[in-house]
Design a protein around this ligand. Structure first.
Ligand SMILES: C[S@@+](CC[C@H](N)C(=O)[O-])C[C@H]1O[C@@H](n2cnc3c(N)ncnc32)[C@H](O)[C@@H]1O
Length: 210
């Protein structure tokens, strides 16, 4: 991130906007369950809000300094804070009931890293788990704001296709000024069919050579 982004993400204004406007919209109809993974937690603008809603929040952050600050501010809470990379998540399969990434996906260095991250999120979600993300639109002002930073824009249309290819189901994209929300599910496996074998009709028997 560049200096401007560090200033914005650590500001009380961003925390206020995040907690009062953005998160209520992003989380509105989502089922977070009992253990949420917060990816790219930054300075923790969303962390407090998530801790109020969910019994256990694990916050992952790539940047050393932000991770240290987060750890200092969130010591003693269940879940914890750790340093790690969204495209190689340091968690066992099926650990979390939900995962959330606010303004993080465009910070991954390439489309390949984003696709790896989608696969990793799917892996660490329990069946039935929810993935939520908020992303900004690809615009010249965002390219300017990310000068000397990483900006790998994610288009809403490609996000739908790529999440589906990664294995998510019920992917939805909702828009608001300046950005969009992604909502996707790791489907539960279909229960094994218990229906009895269909009876052979005379035609089927003939076709089967019986
Ligand atoms: C724009 S900030 C958003 C921070 C926070 N989600 C918020 O809403 O305030 C993006 C964050 O993603 C983090 N990040 C970048 N690449 C990452 C990666 N590969 N894995 C995890 N976090 C990453 C950055 O260090 C930064 O803290």
């Amino acid at each position: 991130m560049n200096t401007l982004e560090h200033c914005v993400c650590s500001s009380s204004l961003w925390r206020y906007i995040s907690q009062r406007q953005l998160l209520p919209w992003v989380l509105s109809d989502a089922c977070l369950g009992d253990h949420v993974l917060e990816i790219g937690a930054g300075y923790g603008a969303a962390t407090v809000h998530l801790r109020e809603r969910v019994p256990r929040v694990t916050s992952l952050e790539y940047d050393h300094n932000s991770t240290s600050k987060l750890k200092a501010n969130h010591n003693g809470h269940s879940g914890g804070v750790l340093r790690g990379d969204a495209s190689h998540l340091p968690f066992a399969d099926e650990t979390f009931s939900s995962a959330i990434a606010i303004l993080v996906l465009h910070h991954l260095k390439s489309r390949k890293m984003q696709d790896l991250a989608f696969g990793e999120v799917l892996r660490v979600l329990r069946p039935g788990g929810t993935f939520l993300a908020f992303e900004i639109n690809d615009s010249w002002i965002q390219h300017l704001g990310h000068f000397k930073s990483t900006f790998t824009p994610l288009s809403p249309g490609s996000a739908f296709a790529r999440l589906t290819i990664a294995g998510f189901s019920r992917v939805s994209v909702d828009f608001r000024r300046g950005g969009f929300r992604l909502h996707a599910l790791r489907a539960k496996p279909e229960p094994a069919s218990t229906s009895p074998e269909p009876e052979r009709s005379p035609q089927n028997a003939v076709a089967a050579g019986v």
